[in-house]
Design a protein around this ligand. Structure first.
Ligand code: PGA
Length: 266
């Protein structure tokens, strides 16, 4: 079995004090368990990238939640791919549904960002997913295919090799209700088919599920075919919960750390 991948997306949460506590808790709890066989990434907000690096175990990779579609120049407030590279980011999330909806990011902009990340040698994490309305209208398949095809058309299928796609149904994000196992299975199979039709095998692209993933549902979700790991929002803010999800991704029975972690956790 290939190595699973778990990435925490902190969104606009945290502070210097909170992050320091999170890192201390994570390291402390990590002492009681072996985290081999799972790759872990953390995506804090931009301002905390450099302070987080030395606080994390070296095996944990840093990621950014977004990147500018431009490389340099008069783009106030933007953060370039070269800056992220300098800050030792390994992953860069592109096309998160919150940016698609709130910042009106189009498939074309997202494809441009994806291309910059992949040309810079960092690992893009392309988020795709349907809204509740699209789901009710039976458009899930066409939306997912369109969002992935936009990247293939703009960057070439080869640019996805070594990359990550996260299927995140918009209606499952931050709601506490994850997608049904059957729906995750069906959509991940659909993505695999689309990738395979473009010459990409199962080991070429990691497929993550995201949307209310938590310690209570992670084992069953990770056991589904074509699920290589998870993109975790809310549950990644608690070091103990995040670690439990990472342990579930390892694929072997484990002692839950959440309970013993309560007294340490923020
Ligand atoms: P959630 O967020 O785990 O809080 O649902 C997932 C995400 O937005 O990546």
């Amino acid at each position: 079995m290939k190595q699973r991948l778990v990435i925490g997306n902190w969104k606009m949460n945290g502070s210097l004090a909170d992050n320091t506590l999170w890192a201390a808790n994570f390291r402390h709890q990590l002492k009681s368990c072996a985290l081999t066989g799972v790759e872990i990434g953390i995506c804090p907000p931009f301002p905390y990238l450099s302070s987080m690096r030395p606080m994390l175990p070296s095996s944990i990779r840093l990621g950014a939640q977004d990147v500018s579609s431009e490389c340099i120049g008069a783009f106030t407030g933007e953060v370039s791919i070269n800056m992220l590279k300098e800050l030792q980011c390994h992953y860069v999330i592109v096309g998160h549904s919150e940016r698609r909806a709130r910042m009106r990011e189009t498939d074309a902009t997202i494809a441009k960002k994806f291309k910059l990340v992949s040309l810079a040698g960092l690992t893009p994490v392309l988020c795709v997913g349907e809204t509740q309305q699209e789901r009710q209208q039976g458009e899930t398949e066409s939306v997912i295919i369109r969002q992935i095809q936009a990247v293939i058309d703009a960057c070439g299928a080869g640019s996805l090799r070594g990359g990550v796609i996260a299927y995140e149904p918009v209606w499952a994000i931050g709601t506490g209700v994850s997608a049904e196992l059957g729906d995750i299975r069906t959509t991940h199979a659909l993505i695999r088919e689309q990738l395979s039709a473009n010459g990409l095998g199962p080991d070429d692209v990691a497929l993550l599920y995201g949307g209310s993933l938590k310690p209570g549902n992670s084992e069953e979700i990770f056991s589904l075919p074509n699920v290589d790991g998870g993109l975790i929002g809310g549950a990644s803010l608690k070091a103990g919960e995040f670690l439990d999800i990472c342990l579930a991704a390892r694929g072997t029975p484990h002692n839950r750390v959440t309970d013993i972690a309560q007294k340490y956790d923020n």
